[in-house]
Design a protein around this ligand. Structure first.
Ligand SMILES: Nc1ncnc2c1ncn2[C@@H]1O[C@H](COP(=O)(O)OP(=O)(O)O)[C@@H](O)[C@H]1O
Ligand SMILES: [Mg+2]
Length: 265
């Protein structure tokens, strides 16, 4: 079964700048409009989901990203972040984090994961362990619609987490480089045991769709988002993308419907 009663879990990935955050914000808003509870998870080190959702710079400043929350990390793992060679809990408590360490507006909760600076291989550090547990908890246990805006690397996803994600959406923009990144993401996702990987093409201009469909023959396409200047000015002005661009909202509705159709099969 794909989409479970617990609420849909979607991860959005792709090369930097392609529109992961834009699509994530649009999906969050569409789920919230259906009166679903929504958890918007910003797991990209280049964090900007909050601003695309329309949270103000002041609100965002008040939210300490989890990986930067020294006191929380210490309290939950028993170790100081950034210091190597300490003992720490491998099973930190995370269940209260999505309710306590978030910003909330109109049915959407924003959780900022923050960045883990990796010293060498893997992330056997307290903050990395906390993030991994938290992400797993979010997709396995939470009952909201969870949308994770993440980098192309998928580093935070262990197998158990990836398997509970209902759909992986790879955002692509017209151009070979982002299509190559999409191929890499698909390979990483499949290595993690995820089969439901889909593409969305963003910033599409007239006449490009046909070629793109051909180039993306390795992934089912959920739909395309047109290039829209309203999205650009929304970003410049720090306004929510769904308030600024009715065209993108309409296109995202089609994408969401197609996703639901494919998951129900
Ligand atoms: N459909 C679109 N049309 C025009 N500009 C867009 C579109 N989607 C995103 N953008 C702009 O492109 C930039 C990168 O988008 P963003 O969603 O932040 O990408 P990512 O999260 O993948 O780095 C932002 O300035 C955003 O406003
Ligand atoms: Mg982004």
């Amino acid at each position: 079964m794909a989409s479970n009663e617990k609420g849909i879990k979607v991860a959005v990935s792709g090369k930097g700048g392609v529109g992961k955050t834009t699509l994530s914000a649009l999906l969050c808003w569409l789920y919230a409009r259906e009166r679903k509870k929504v958890l918007a998870v910003d797991a990209d080190p280049d964090a900007n989901l909050g601003s695309a959702l329309g949270f103000s710079p002041e609100e965002l400043k008040s939210l300490v990203p989890i990986a930067q929350h020294r006191q929380l990390i210490k309290e939950r793992t028993g170790a100081e972040p950034g210091i190597s060679g300490q003992m720490f809990s491998l099973n930190p408590r995370v269940d209260d984090i999505p309710d306590r360490y978030v910003l909330e507006k109109e049915g959407i909760k924003l959780l900022q994961m923050g960045t883990v600076t990796r010293g060498g291989g893997g992330c056997a550090c307290p903050e990395g362990t906390l993030l991994k547990h938290l992400l797993r908890h979010l997709v396995v246990k939470r009952e909201e619609a969870v949308v994770v805006d993440m980098e192309a690397g998928l580093e935070h996803l262990g197998r158990g987490t990836a398997e509970s994600v209902d759909a992986f959406i790879v955002v692509v923009e017209p151009g070979q480089r982002s299509i190559q990144t999409a191929r890499d993401v698909v390979r990483l996702a499949r290595d993690l045991g995820v089969e439901r990987v889909y593409a969305v093409v963003n910033k599409v201009r007239e006449g490009q769709e046909e070629v793109l469909r051909e180039q993306l023959d390795f992934l089912p396409l959920l739909g395309v988002l047109p290039f829209d200047l309203e999205a650009v000015s929304a970003d410049l002005e720090g306004r929510a993308v769904f308030e600024a661009s009715p065209r993108l909202v309409a296109a995202a509705e089609g994408i969401k419907e197609e996703l639901e159709r494919l998951l129900a099969r």
